[in-house]
Design a protein around this ligand. Structure first.
Ligand code: URA
Length: 221
């Protein structure tokens, strides 16, 4: 039987399917790409936005970057089914342009709810967009990749672990080496278990209200 977190996550995904907050993205997407994997995951990975393959298939990281990501996970003994994967944006930006600030802000309540529902031990941010959003600062990925830091969302504390985006690693060979090295450190971080603060219990997202347009009303990061 599905547990409460997975049921709430499914309901959140249904809300996202109907989301039209970003009028351009809603008009140009084939479908909303919400997440893949399990809400029971100890490891959550957050990318940037769906690309053409993801927009077509409705699943995050199924194109070239996704194949690399699956390989990196396999290298540390994890399958895609054992982790939770999502993106900063749930809709593909036309021509794979960068996510815009207003789109990131529109979509952030979904992501925040996902983090709270999954309540992982480690959140891996893949690339600059996810890293800057979750850290709420402008530090470049080049400066902090592979460095775990405790990060609190309300009452919940997780390890935030920024790494290069797989696309950046496919584009520049030296980044691939760094990405592999950073992934190799993940098992130790996961084995250390949940940071102490999580013992107080993860806050559950407020339920979405009709007057809020069906989108959960949550603080941004
Ligand atoms: N790049 C991303 O950031 N996310 C995807 O789902 C695919 C490619």
């Amino acid at each position: 039987m599905a547990d409460s977190a997975s049921q709430q996550e499914e309901a959140l995904g249904e809300l996202a399917i109907g989301c039209t907050r970003c009028s351009q993205l809603a008009a140009t997407r084939t479908q909303v790409v919400f997440a893949s994997g399990t809400t029971n995951a100890d490891l959550m990975l957050i990318g940037e936005a769906p690309g053409a393959s993801e927009d077509r298939e409705g699943t995050p990281f199924v194109g070239a970057s996704g194949k690399l990501l699956s390989g990196l996970l396999a290298g540390i003994g994890l399958t895609r089914e054992e982790v939770y994967v999502t993106n900063v944006l749930k809709c593909r930006p036309p021509d794979n342009r960068d996510p815009r600030a207003d789109e990131i802000a529109n979509c952030a309540p979904f992501l925040r709810s996902q983090v709270e529902l999954v309540a992982p031990i480690v959140v891996v941010t893949l690339g600059n967009f996810a890293t800057k959003l979750l850290r709420q600062d402008d530090t470049a990925i080049t400066a902090i990749h592979g460095k775990a830091a405790l990060h609190s969302f309300g009452a919940m504390t997780v390890w935030l672990y920024p790494v290069f985006h797989p696309a950046a690693a496919l584009y520049r060979r030296p980044n691939l080496e760094l990405l592999r090295e950073d992934f190799a450190r993940l098992p130790k971080l996961l084995a250390a278990g949940a940071p102490k603060q999580r013992a107080t219990g993860a806050p559950k997202p407020k339920s979405a209200r009709a007057e809020d347009g069906g989108v959960p009303q949550l603080d941004l990061f």
